[in-house]
Design a protein around this ligand. Sequence first.
Ligand code: PRP
Ligand code: URA
Length: 215
Amino acid sequence: MHYYNGQKNVIILDHPLLKHKVTIMRKKQTGTNEFRKMVEEIAVLMGYEALKDLPLEDVEVETPIEKCKSPVIAGKKLAIVPILRAGLGMVNGILELVPTAKVGHIGLYRDKNTHEPHEYYCKLPSNIDQRLVILTDPMLATGGSGIAAVDFVKKYGGKKIKFLCIIAAPEGLEALAAAHPDIEIYCAQVDRCLNESKYICPGLGDAGDRIFGTK
Ligand code: PRP
Ligand code: URA
């Protein structure tokens, strides 16, 4: 891993398995089934890294040999919050790691012409202020959707927030980190730039359409 432009809250994951799976996602011949599988597998690998500072507490257990103290994850459970639709593809990967996590949803779509995010559905788990919130979205393009989603979580009391995206444009990473310098952003790949339609280049096209098989 390395920090983007030396910023300690923007973590770029360099694991070769992530790079390999991103390449499979990029290919236009990759079908819905395999694309979805890659998104989920990448979410497991990214979640493993992003959750490495979860607090632990000791509990007493009895092994077949003797009693001992052994650590478990402490405190309130996680809230995984996908940005609809494409963020949904990453949820099961994180649930593999933390099956007891609660799941919220933030529905946003980007206007085709203005590229501004529009909210259409939002529901968060209770006690969001006491939970680590993992926001998921495979794509961070202009950063508009990511910024709006973090705004929403904070409005409802969220304090500790990590944002997981698979591919980011430099523009989006910089905009999200500037708007919300108190969150951690994890990213598997920083691409070159946005095109005039605000798609990531080279990117992988429309992540929602590729996950759900729509056009
Ligand atoms: C895509 C993507 C992000 C957003 C990124 O969603 O999944 O949410 O665009 O773009 P931005 O950084 O410029 O805001 P989209 O609006 O296409 O909705 P969908 O997931 O329902 O297809
Ligand atoms: N949303 C996507 O799904 N892909 C992009 O390249 C940009 C926004």
